[in-house]
Design a protein around this ligand. Structure first.
Ligand code: NAG
Ligand code: NAG
Ligand code: NAG
Ligand code: NAG
Ligand code: NAG
Ligand code: NAG
Ligand code: NAG
Ligand code: NAG
Length: 846
């Protein structure tokens, strides 16, 4: 069911874990088109709207966070953290947390995380589809985070949910992971199509050129094996780590409100939905239903010692905080939220080492993290038009959405960190509440299904009995106009016939454009067809016609794994339909527990958008990108519902494959991306030489930069390693303890920050000092940039910048660069460089 039926943080605080009443058994198939309502929902809605959200942050963090993080977190939250909180020791908290006996069923659970950072330079970035947006470095590494749940009584019943810091899931990536799992042998035989979900956080700031279909390859000059393998290999490693960590444990489920992290970017289309349907979700001015403000959190707690091994959350907001004119790789706001959560539990008694926080995307379609709205950058000072987001010139190119800290004018970087933090904070608060008062997942079944379904001509019945049909994929005119988060998602101005600016892929394929048939035009209704992608099959498919339909079920939780970006209302209808069907079909086995349904995606493939029919008829970007015509959503729902019986606790079969298997184009895709030729240092210089050194002393808050003679980072991705680190001079005692812990493949920075905790003053016994890594390129505030200085001479330069954080501790530091140079013979050799030492002292203000 929808969110109003969920236990929320506020509920838990007020009344403790809820025992839910048996849902009224549905006599007939419930309607999911928004025309019917249940009294229960209205009641819960009313109740919820009276509960005020109070953004109080947990004192727990301040008492348990590593020394070096304390100042930071208090600084962010300012006065919200009272000083008396510090006195309340964590010991007593943790005792109450241990004492609270967790009800619910035991499962096998496991989590894992691995690096998937592909080539951070010279590759077009994936998301804004702007051929000019080419990577120049790394702000934050990208990860795959894997979550496995299995049924101890039937261990083959399991699922693995991946959260990748990528724009979306993908067919070729998924095939790559599946064949990798097969190669891992018998231990991994239980994983397959039916139980693998490959979801993307929808970050628009990762490298591209790894997608299966032609359309997104046009702007990236084709496919890049290195970019593709980084994701597949990292995803596999994260699954292996999760699999190897599998052990008995319990799951707890909750929901909370997140404010200030999303708005509806297509409100004009949303308002076309029926008023009575909108009213059901219109709780207040801050939570008017135009986007979902609810974050759902699933907590993984192992049985062996009661520690939590991870959290998996769902909340919808686009990965477009960092703007289209940024060229540094990052996981955008979800990447920040995960980073902060994982940092916040370091050294925390509730959390196991290797804790993994997955911030998964939800009904993201019409959401934007740029919460100050869309403005014209044409000097007019006007907001863009409500109906079509255009400016005074009648075009959308000047229309840009503003993040909360847009005045920083830093390509969205500060806003991104802020929106990530706004997701992290309530999630962390909910985590702590669930530790004290768990809301357990109950029901000893772990079920899943997956089917391919051909959407090119699917005839089916709408709930009201009318016959409907879907059409081969097509994109409408508004697709080319793009969104307020990034105009021109497919920049046609780049393809105006001027061959010097045209993508080489476009030169090859533009002649293959097809004029849509009369039938196709009619099928798409209100959508004027710009690109008839579903009917173009050469040189290979441009977009998918075959979609992935998948749902997971554990206890009362059901997870719809959506291949497209569902809008707010589309996602609700889909979730409500699945919730009702589960309630109806499985009333006996689920007992008193109401189903909780979440939607995660874009996953497994990328089928663009999924809007309601009313939104479709408005034909803004989301409607124009709803590939299979006005009945796209209804078709997804129809197919999903027809497969729900496979989630029964007694189900032992899998659905027949509904459609033809989609193609794997990873070995036959066009590619015009040149390889690295070679690297050389300038005359009389060596690789790693410092060309611009640090100063002797800095105040905290300043940015510290050094430049080195470098080499192309594409020579070696340094996965699970780093191109750039900050080293601190510390006593050997602290350093040794770090070295001994650094065994399990975790990222250095996490271990080191942890090791530093409470070890700052241990230098007394032995006064020997040594350099210790305290930041690496996985850290948001340590930036690695690369620049080719001379193409012909093959010289290049690396710039490392540490934007010292409010929580950085004073001391003696240096910056260090790790790279790999390619010789003319093709041999690749590691290189490195070290800056001079510098002193970091307190803030200038004192
Ligand atoms: C929410 O309700 C108010 C008051 O009825 C109305 O003015 C507003 O348009 C509604 N918002 C949405 C998004 O439906
Ligand atoms: C956008 O909407 C305005 C009305 O707000 C209308 O005048 C204009 O023609 C529309 N432009 C396009 C390109 O549809
Ligand atoms: C980046 O894009 C934003 C949004 O259009 C704009 O406001 C900003 O000035 C741009 N920054 C640079 C450096 O061009
Ligand atoms: C889906 O469509 C099929 C074929 O028309 C129909 O038999 C079935 O009832 C529909 N399912 C739902 C849940 O509407
Ligand atoms: C059934 O629903 C569809 C889609 O909402 C609508 O176009 C059609 O008119 C409805 N048919 C009837 C008989 O109400
Ligand atoms: C094509 O684009 C290039 C690069 O922007 C420009 O220098 C050139 O003048 C353009 N040629 C024509 C015919 O427009
Ligand atoms: C692609 O090529 C690689 C290397 O030759 C091979 O291992 C892989 O199986 C191929 N994949 C497909 C889908 O054909
Ligand atoms: C509650 C909420 O997020 N409302 C926003 C919906 O979208 C409009 C325009 O995009 C914003 O102005 C509202 O604040």
């Amino acid at each position: 069911m929808g969110m109003p039926d969920m236990v929320t943080a506020e509920d838990i605080e007020k009344v403790g874990p809820l025992t839910r009443q048996q849902p009224r058994p549905h006599k007939s198939r419930p309607s999911y088109d928004g025309s019917r309502n249940s009294n229960r929902t209205i009641l819960t809605t009313l109740l919820m709207s009276t509960i005020l959200f109070i953004p109080v942050f947990l004192f727990l963090i301040t008492t348990v966070a590593p020394e070096s993080w304390k100042g930071n977190i208090s600084a962010w939250l300012g006065s919200e953290i009272g000083e008396d909180n510090g006195g309340k020791g964590f010991e007593s908290e943790s005792e109450s947390w241990r004492a609270s006996s967790v009800q619910g069923d035991e499962y096998l659970i496991g989590v894992g995380k691995a690096d998937i950072t592909g080539p951070c330079v010279e590759i077009n970035m994936m998301g804004y589809a702007d051929p000019k947006q080419i990577g120049t470095g790394l702000r934050q590494r990208l990860y795959s985070r894997a979550f496995i749940v299995a049924d101890p009584a039937h261990p083959a019943d399991r699922f693995v949910y991946l959260v990748l810091d990528t724009q979306s899931g993908d067919t070729a990536i998924r095939y790559g992971i599946l064949s990798g799992l097969q190669e891992l042998g018998a231990d991994y035989a239980d994983y397959g199509h039916h139980n693998l979900a490959v979801t993307g956080t929808h970050s628009h700031s990762g490298p591209g050129a790894w997608l299966n279909y032609l359309l997104p390859q046009i702007t990236s000059k084709g496919f890049d094996q290195q970019s593709y393998r980084a994701i597949v290999d990292g995803a596999l490693l994260s699954i292996r780590r999760a699999h190897e960590s599998l052990g008995p444990g319990r799951l707890s489920l909750g929901s909370t409100k997140v404010y200030g992290a999303n708005i509806n970017r297509s409100l004009f289309a949303y308002l076309a939905n029926p008023e009575e349907e909108r009213a059901r979700y219109n709780l207040s001015t801050e939570d008017d239903g135009s986007v979902e403000k609810d974050l759902t959190l699933l907590k993984f707690q192992r049985a062996s010692d009661g520690k939590n091994i991870g959290v998996l959350t769902w909340f919808p907001t686009h990965g477009t905080s960092v703007l289209g004119n940024n060229t540094l790789i990052s996981g955008d706001n979800k990447g920040v939220a995960a980073y902060l959560f994982e940092k916040s539990v370091l050294g925390d008694e509730t959390a196991a080492e290797g804790f993994v926080a997955g911030f998964s995307q939800a009904s993201v379609g019409d959401t934007s993290p740029n919460v100050l709205g869309a403005w014209c950058e044409d000097g007019s000072g006007q907001m863009c038009s409500f109906e079509n987001s255009t400016c005074s010139d009648g075009k959308s190119q000047q229309c840009h959405a503003r993040g909360p800290l847009f005045r920083a004018n830093d390509e969205g970087t500060s806003s991104c960190f802020e929106v990530g933090k706004r997701q992290f904070e309530p999630a962390r608060k909910l985590y702590d509440l669930l530790n004290r008062k768990p809301n357990p997942v109950r029901g000893r079944w772990v079920k899943s299904f997956h089917a391919f379904h051909d959407m090119s001509n699917y005839k089916f019945q709408l709930p009201n009995g009318t016959e409907a049909v879907t059409c081969p994929a097509a994109l409408g005119y508004s697709f080319a106009a793009g969104t307020t988060d990034g105009p021109g998602a497919f920049d046609f101005t780049q393809h105006d016939g001027n061959t010097s600016t045209t993508s080489p892929v476009w030169r090859v394929v533009s002649g293959m454009l097809k004029r849509p048939s009369e039938e196709q035009i009619a099928c798409h209704g209100r959508k004027p067809i710009l690109l008839d992608v579903g009917e173009m099959h050469s040189p290979y498919q441009w977009t998918p016609n075959v979609v992935d339909v998948q749902v997971f079920r554990v206890g009362q939780l059901a997870i719809i794994v959506s291949p497209g970006e569902a809008t707010t209302m589309a996602g609700r209808r889909w979730k409500n339909a699945v919730g009702s069907e589960i309630s109806m079909l499985f009333a006996e086995e689920s007992g008193s527990v109401t189903p909780t349904v979440v939607l995660g995606g874009p996953a497994n493939s990328y089928t663009h958008y999924i809007t309601t029919e009313d939104e479709y008829n408005i034909q803004r970007y989301e409607g124009a990108s709803t590939l299979y015509g006005p009945h796209t959503l209804a078709a997804y729902i129809n197919v999903t519902l027809s497969l729900i019986p496979y989630l029964s606790s007694t189900a032992s079969t899998r659905p027949p494959n509904g459609g033809p298997e989609p193609p794997d184009n990873s070995n036959r895709s066009l590619s015009f991306i040149p390889a690295v030729v070679h690297d050389a240092p300038p005359l009389f210089r060596g690789f790693g030489d410092v060309v611009q050194d640090v100063e002797k002393m800095y105040h905290r808050g300043e940015a510290i930069t050094a430049k080195f003679i470098g080499a192309n980072p594409r020579n070696h991705l340094r996965l699970e390693q780093s191109y750039a680190v900050v080293e601190k001079l510390v006593s050997t005692a602290a350093a040794t303890s770090v070295a001994s812990q650094n065994t399990d493949g975790l990222r250095g920075s996490e271990l080191l920050v942890k090791a530093l905790r409470g070890k700052q003053d241990t230098s007394g016994a032995n006064d020997q000092k040594q350099w210790q890594t305290v930041r690496d390129d996985g850290d948001w505030h340590l930036i690695f940039r690369w620049r080719r200085v001379n193409e012909l001479l093959a010289t290049s330069e690396v710039e490392i910048t540490w934007e010292t954080e409010s929580w950085a501790t004073p001391g003696r530091y240096r910056l260090r660069y790790f790279g790999d140079a390619k010789s003319l013979t093709g041999a690749i050799t590691p290189i490195e460089g070290i800056s001079s030492e510098f002193e970091l002292i307190e803030d200038r203000s004192g």
